[in-house]
Write a protein that binds this ligand. Structure first.
Ligand code: MG
Length: 178
């Protein structure tokens, strides 16, 4: 077994990989499979990233806990995502409570991935569209890319880069020599 640490790109889901439902300038996860629409160029850039990185999706899905969406519906979405981007792992947290260790901004999901895949955080990246993604990424020394979709909510004030789209985030990572 190789002990060499691996590099990863951690990916939030809603607003990063798929187009969220926007209501009053706030972002929500789609509740129906038919509304699960991926951003353009996602496949193209994920194929490039996968040549050098593990792709690890880490997503809060409290609507499961709230019973607003069925697990079968969520799994259909993730099956589609697997076919398109071929992620290495997807962790989701269905907890409603902010106290859940696995719910972002708490570190549980990211820490679990770091351990299970022997990931080197400082040589890895995280792409997120909210403060709650960026915060735990920073905590582990992961290089964080904030896609600013101008939601009406608290923004992160510390990140590696601020970008406008997933495509731009991927290009930053692919060109980063730091
Ligand atoms: Mg998001």
């Amino acid at each position: 077994m190789s002990l060499k640490k691996r590099r990863a790109v951690f990916l939030d889901r809603d607003g990063v990989l798929n187009i969220p439902i926007i209501k009053k300038n706030k972002s929500y996860a789609p509740l129906k499979y038919k509304d699960f629409k991926l951003y353009p160029k996602l496949k193209f850039y994920c194929q490039k990233l996968k040549l050098s990185f593990l792709l690890i999706v880490v997503t809060n899905q409290p609507d499961i806990g709230r019973k607003k969406i069925k697990l079968t519906e969520l799994k259909k979405m993730h099956h589609k995502l697997k076919k398109i981007i071929n992620y290495d792992e997807l962790y989701f947290c269905s907890a409603i409570s902010k106290k859940s260790y696995y719910k972002k901004p708490n570190p549980g999901m990211i820490l679990r991935a770091i351990k299970e895949f022997n990931i080197e955080p400082k040589k890895s990246y995280l792409i997120g569209d909210r403060w709650s993604d960026i915060m735990p990424g920073n905590k582990f020394g992961i290089k964080t890319l904030f896609i600013d979709r101008k939601y009406k909510e608290k923004k992160p004030n510390k990140y590696f880069r601020k970008v406008k789209s997933f495509s731009e985030a991927a290009r930053v990572i692919l060109n980063d020599k730091s």
